[in-house]
Design a binder for this molecule. Structure first.
Ligand SMILES: NC(=O)c1ccc[n+]([C@@H]2O[C@H](COP(=O)([O-])OP(=O)(O)OC[C@H]3O[C@@H](n4cnc5c(N)ncnc54)[C@H](OP(=O)(O)O)[C@@H]3O)[C@@H](O)[C@H]2O)c1
Length: 297
């Protein structure tokens, strides 16, 4: 199997690379189909998904079976101030990949987000629920889904949430830094979602990619919590006894509106390969152990 990973230096891209190279994720062994896989990893600056001609030229003659698009503009507040740029990266870039993939009969695996939902009702969302994004990030990610669907039938769109991996920045690392710098953390307790390990997600993505059961999938670790509860769990796992202050969204205004409740249910996974995603707390425990291990070395 010949795989192209775009946005390969990010949280998910680096986990995918590790899992394919070793054959193992934390929650299990990936299929033997990947044992002989050849993987090309590309990212900025040398590979820009917004450059349609360059994307097409790169794919020419390279004979890929699968493209996994991990490239995105993921800074939610930055997207709010730069919606045009966010649209180029989160919508037009995926469309460029989808068109180039369609031309050559290549499957496209694309990653999307819980922020496509408004989050105004506290219901765990399934894949068939109507999206209604409230931020530029959510709007541009949803536009990307639509452009992919229009360009190729051979697509998997996997929506995930609150992602953390070993490389790059994420909420877990931010909370640990703030606790060390300030001796306290203040975190919103009225936004709910699903913390998700990039390693677990990589495992499920690689299983979904073998199904040929195309379409939209939700894939998050199981269980729902607030950002405040997530922060407390991070500090508990790390053994940091600093002050933890819950606050409301109104007390902590940000440029982009976040959904109040964007918990996803992995319904399509349940109905196909099976939902092997761990409870979020269990996945976090493994992740913090890895961070501690890194610190000690
Ligand atoms: N992080 C989350 O909490 C979260 C939640 C829900 C869904 N998701 C989705 O999950 C996927 C993976 O997220 P992640 O956290 O792994 O993202 P990430 O760590 O931000 O990595 C994204 C990678 O894409 C690269 N990139 C940006 N623009 C590009 C372009 N025009 N062409 C090629 N590469 C480009 C980035 O490079 P630079 O760093 O140089 O910009 C970065 O290496 C994304 O689709 C994201 O929308 C993430």
């Amino acid at each position: 199997m010949n795989i192209l990973i775009t946005g390969a230096k990010g949280q998910l891209g680096t986990e995918l690379q590790k899992v394919i190279a070793t054959g193992w994720a934390q929650i299990g062994q990936i299929g033997p189909e990947y044992a002989q896989a050849r993987v090309a990893m590309v990212d900025l600056p040398e590979f820009d998904i917004t450059d349609a001609a360059a994307v097409d030229a790169y794919l020419e003659g390279r004979d890929f079976d699968l493209i996994i698009n991990c490239a995105a503009m993921t800074n939610v507040d930055a997207c709010e101030g730069q919606e045009e740029r966010a649209f180029a990266v989160n919508a037009q870039g995926p469309e460029n990949l989808a068109k180039a993939a369609h031309k050559r009969g290549i499957d496209l695996m694309h990653i999307s987000t819980d922020y496509v939902f408004s989050g105004e009702v506290a219901i765990d969302r399934v894949e068939t629920d109507r999206p209604d994004p409230q931020s530029a990030y959510g709007r541009t990610k949803l536009a990307g889904e639509g452009l992919i669907q229009a360009a190729t039938d051979r697509h998997y769109i996997v929506r995930t949430a609150w992602l953390y991996g070993l490389e790059g920045n994420n909420f877990v690392k931010t909370i640990l830094r703030l606790a060390n710098e300030n001796g306290f953390v203040k975190v919103v307790d009225d936004q709910f979602g699903n913390p998700t390990s990039a390693n677990d997600l990589a495992y499920e993505i690689l299983r979904i990619a073998l199904t040929k059961d195309y379409g939209i999938y939700h894939c998050t670790n199981n269980g729902t919590c607030s950002w405040y509860e997530f922060a407390c769990a991070i500090l508990d796992e790390m053994g940091i006894a600093c002050e933890r202050i819950p606050c409301s969204t109104a007390e902590m205004p940000r440029p982009a509106k976040r959904p109040a409740y964007s918990s996803l249910r992995n319904k399509h996974l349940e109905d196909t390969v099976g939902d092997e995603m761990r409870p979020w707390r269990e996945a976090l425990h493994t992740y913090i152990a890895q961070l501690k291990d890194r610190e000690e070395r």
